[in-house]
Design a protein around this ligand. Structure first.
Ligand SMILES: Cc1cc2nc3c(=O)[nH]c(=O)nc-3n(C[C@H](O)[C@H](O)[C@H](O)COP(=O)(O)OP(=O)(O)OC[C@H]3O[C@@H](n4cnc5c(N)ncnc54)[C@H](O)[C@@H]3O)c2cc1C
Length: 453
């Protein structure tokens, strides 16, 4: 409800705590990638994050499968997304199917489905059943936090945690830094280029860039421990009819979820519950986010009680934790120089200025550039797309790829003393390739071209 009562805040002198080349706001997957990429490309970089950890929804939101990075023929998102996967894998905190299990000639077999489906590493976009096993990675949230901290530290990024973005410093139509709210009071970080990676477009919206209001389902993600996953999987595959009946009832109790309500994690006996799907909650509103916490826990408690009684393997199950961050998938979306449409994503439209990719779609640089505000870039789930397009192009790896591309663009703008709009896309593409990422400059055989569309 909009308030009718107000207090007036007096003007304040805000201390400048850092002056830098690039400031990245938001230390989620897109922001970590943007900061690491900018710093590795030579830009003095500061990263500000409101919470005491990095990773955003991938750690605090406990979203535990990195997907949307593999299509029929290839792994299409590499670069920093692949680097973080390998770092977690080396610590035993990430699981993905080896190449042999992704062989197109055998991958749709029942045996592979049994082996891999409870890791969530299958292609849910296909209608084929069982779904083909593809490259995706199930990981541990603390593993993502640690790998992010390592990458940021090694790249020499100046990290400032516990700092809530409050407002953009805008001078003559150009963003010149940000003001954050901290326990010490407000602090200013001055910068030549700002990258908004808040997921909710906090910086661009505050700086006056046009945006649209989006919305999607909200989820209070949780993890359940004490599960005998072998017993649960045996039950699923050896008693399919009883399983289907019990599973239907479990899903009814939570009122909506994807195909599986639990998936395995790298921690033995601990499963990830990417549910329930809740509608009618606005991810920008305090009252809605508070109500979602009550509602999500109520539904999951009912599910756990039912599972203990009815699902083999769950007899001694208990909640390990609920994610500290509410699972908000979509809020404000940039209306940038180009707005990606659902057709662009589903028809694999190729753009001449593609700088990164998702599964089989391309992201143009223009979709990361706001209109009307200079020296600002946007990376992550709030990029310039229609609400329908964002729903199918917002997974963690593509968001990391956007971050990686904007980090390069910011460093190039800084190095050339030019506006971010003036950066030559060809140079972003070259650097993306040089650091092992795929900018999508070479369209796949099945891609449509924008010009022809
Ligand atoms: C329930 C759920 C399930 C999902 N399932 C999957 C899945 O299985 N696989 C997959 O790949 N993707 C999945 N996604 C999508 C994916 O998690 C997000 O789209 C992705 O994390 C977006 O990354 P981001 O960096 O753009 O934003 P976020 O992850 O939201 O990160 C934004 C960061 O900015 C920080 N921030 C925000 N506001 C401020 C501020 N004012 N000041 C300072 N810092 C701020 C946040 O704390 C956070 O660290 C899921 C999402 C949800 C919610």
């Amino acid at each position: 409800m909009a308030s009718t009562e107000f207090v007036i805040r007096p003007e304040a002198r805000v201390p400048v705590v850092a002056t830098t080349g690039v400031v990245v706001v938001g230390g989620g997957p897109a922001g970590v990638a943007a900061a690491v990429s900018a710093a590795r490309n030579g830009a003095p970089t500061v990263l500000v994050e409101r919470y005491p950890y990095l990773g955003g929804l991938a750690s605090g939101g406990m979203v535990l499968v990195l997907d949307d990075m593999h299509n029929d023929t290839e792994i299409s998102v590499r670069g920093l997304a692949m680097e973080i996967i390998e770092r977690m894998h080396a610590k035993g905190l990430c699981v993905y199917p080896p190449e042999a299990d992704r062989d197109p000639s055998i991958r749709a077999t029942e045996a592979l489905w049994r082996k891999w489906s409870r890791w969530g590493v299958f292609d849910f976009h296909t209608r084929t059943l069982p779904h083909p096993v593809i490259f995706a990675a199930a990981f541990d949230p603390d593993g993502f936090k640690q790998a992010s901290l390592d990458m940021v530290r090694e790249a020499g990024v100046g990290l400032r945690l516990h700092s809530w973005f409050e407002s953009a410093i805008v001078e003559d139509g150009r963003v010149a830094g940000v003001i954050v709210r901290t326990k010490e009071g407000p602090q200013a970080v001055r910068a030549e280029v700002v990258i908004d990676a808040t997921g909710d477009l906090d910086v661009a919206a505050n700086a006056g860039a046009p945006f649209a209001d989006g919305a999607f389902i909200v989820t209070t993600v949780s993890r359940i421990g004490g599960v005998d996953t072998d017993a649960a999987e045996r039950f699923q595959f050896e008693e399919p009819e009883r399983f289907a009946q019990i599973d239907r009832q479990a899903k009814r109790l939570i009122g909506g979820c994807w195909q599986y309500w639990w998936l395995k994690t790298p921690l033995p006996g601990v499963v990830w519950c990417n549910c329930p799907h809740m509608t009618g909650f606005d991810g920008m509103k305090v009252a809605d986010l508070t109500a979602a916490e009550f509602e999500g826990r109520r539904r999951m408690q009912a599910l756990l009680e039912y599972a203990r009684e009815n699902v083999p393997g769950f007899e001694r199950a208990y909640f390990v934790d609920f994610a500290p961050q509410t699972g908000v998938r979509q809020t404000r979306l940039l209306e940038g120089e180009y707005v990606v449409t659902k057709r662009d994503v589903t028809s694999r439209v190729h753009f001449h200025d593609s700088v990164c990719r998702g599964r089989d779609y391309y992201t143009p640089y223009r979709a990361l550039l706001p209109v009307g505000v200079d020296q600002l870039l946007v990376a992550g789930r709030h990029y310039s797309a229609t609400p329908q397009a964002q729903k199918i192009s917002r997974e963690i790896p593509p968001c990391m790829a956007m971050g990686e591309a904007t980090g390069i663009a910011a460093a190039l703008a800084l190095g050339g003393d030019i506006r971010v709009q003036e950066v030559e896309v060809r140079r972003i593409q070259e650097r993306m390739r040089a650091q092992g990422a795929d900018p999508g400059d070479r369209p796949a055989a099945n891609a449509l071209s924008t010009e022809a569309a």
